[in-house]
Design a protein around this ligand. Structure first.
Ligand code: PMT
Length: 222
């Protein structure tokens, strides 16, 4: 009988990329496979949580015991997370949300232009930042995908987005980051809290991350 420190708690995890439509056959996206987020959701279930997984388009099986909410765009993801936010205890934003979307999503397939084509982009909603402004009792955990100055950017996101923790990965490292089975991360929290994890399979890392956060939060006594 393993300990279930998240029993009675609701955990909302986001995973995967988002797709921002250009026209009916084209979209902007990124290399997120969903593996890290799905591993976080699986770990939350193992630790006893009622787990909702808001997932962008990925090709992974839904982990047992998880309530899945499939979404496509950043806007869809924002709405789905907001609908689950009020009674959530922990929100884990693993998704690689597109930062920009085409200003116009064309209703018909765009025709080839001899002279090339310019795509005008606009910002998507920053879901983590919005949640940081709205949170009451929720513990908010973000990820940060960086290629340089990892600590500076991770701490910047912790502060700017009012998150409780940021899990940072250097996505230029071998076997870490996007579309790998393993990852190497550092967990950053308030008051200079910092814990570095070795290269681990995402499944194992996810459980270690949740356990470390729960320990830091004093077995989640909120
Ligand atoms: O899915 P995998 O292939 O397993 O890859 C895992 C991963 C590399 C995607 C994952 O480990 C990871 O780093 N996820 C966060 C990716 C990301 O978008 O990082 P960011 O630094 O751009 O964003 C920081 C945080 O703000 C993230 O929690 C992100 O979910 C959130 N965000 C970003 C933009 C936006 N518009 N809304 C957001 O909520």
């Amino acid at each position: 009988n393993r300990p279930q420190p998240l029993k009675g708690k609701k955990v909302v995890v986001t995973a995967g990329p988002t797709r921002e439509r250009i026209d009916p056959v084209r979209f902007l996206t990124n290399f997120s496979s969903g593996k890290m987020g799905y591993s976080m959701a699986e770990a939350a279930v193992r630790l006893g949580a009622e787990t909702v997984l808001v997932s962008g388009p990925v090709s992974l099986p839904v982990p047992a015991g998880v309530q899945i909410v499939p979404v496509e765009s950043a806007e869809d993801m924002f709405n789905a997370v907001l609908a689950e936010f009020d009674d959530a205890d922990l929100v884990i934003k693993t998704a690689a949300v597109a930062d920009y979307r085409p200003k116009t999503a064309h209703g018909k397939k765009m025709k080839k232009q001899e002279s090339g084509q310019t795509l005008e982009l606009e910002r998507t909603v920053d879901i983590l930042k919005e949640l940081g402004e709205r949170k009451t009792h929720q513990l908010l955990i973000g990820f940060a995908a960086e290629t340089n100055d990892v600590e500076t950017y991770a701490r910047g996101k912790l502060h700017k987005k009012n998150a409780d923790y940021i899990i940072a990965n250097d996505v230029t490292e071998k076997d870490a980051g996007f579309n790998t089975d393993s990852n190497r991360v550092t967990l950053y929290g308030k008051n200079s809290f910092e814990q570095t994890f070795p290269l681990l399979p995402k499944t194992e890392l996810a459980e270690q991350l949740l356990t470390a956060i729960l320990e830091k939060e004093d077995a989640y006594d909120r």
